[in-house]
Design a protein around this ligand. Sequence first.
Ligand code: KIV
Length: 290
Amino acid sequence: MNASPLQPAQTQDAPVNTLYGGVTSRRVTVRDLAKAKRNGERWAMLTAYDALTAGVFDEAGIPVLLVGDSAGNCHLGYETTVPVTMDQMVMLSAAVVRGTQRALVVADLPFGSYQESPAQAMHNAARLMKEAGVHAVKLEGGERSARTIELLVEAGIPVMAHIGLTPQSVHAYGGYPVQGRGDEAAHQLLRDAKAVQQAGAFAVVLEAVPAELAAEVTTHSAIPTVGIGGGPGTDAQVLVWTDFAGMTAGRVPKFVKQYANLRATLAQAASEFAADVREGAFPGPEHSFQ
Ligand code: KIV
């Protein structure tokens, strides 16, 4: 249920330690995340690309879901996030919003949908808000994206920034190298974090940076930092759901902890089904209409 805009500000804030369990009758908001930062409360974010999976994570109490453009390699079968289009992001994001009741849903602006001009960014962020119903957008880049973040925030769009390793630049990097190593790179990361905060971002993803540096950014940051490959010192942690659940084929990055082995479970179920059908063991009388 939406809080009335006339309610006093205090009643809209989540009480201490309630991102998990306490905020049950309404959506988590960016104000709740700001409060969590002030209270030192850590939180988890997972990616989701469809209504069914999003519903599971929502019920499990994950307060923030990201419709990442990682959908490109984790859901749509591309090698990188680069080919993902706005139309695909709108469709996947709308499904995630439909599948949830409580989580704050953040959607990525995909490669090429915001770098051209602030006007292009505004147009596409508005599509994600209006057509998919997401509650915030995410875009990559620190100092280089600060003006765009500022413009979206001025227009009333909550923006999550993403610095450190920015996967949309995979071809410029020539891979996915750890960022922020060495003095100059570390100073650039600190400048990027400051720039996105000053531009009005409500949170910032720190991807693939040394743990000590991510902790230092977090200490100096007034907005929540969300780590992925940034060690334990950030305010929140995000994982790509197919990695954390063991759905990904082959090797996963070093920073991933696998909490389940869904790929093996599904493969086993599929081969048992195929064998049952081959041998006439399925369907049995209990699965048949008399
Ligand atoms: O697209 C994505 O899933 C992301 C996360 C890795 C943060 O940007």
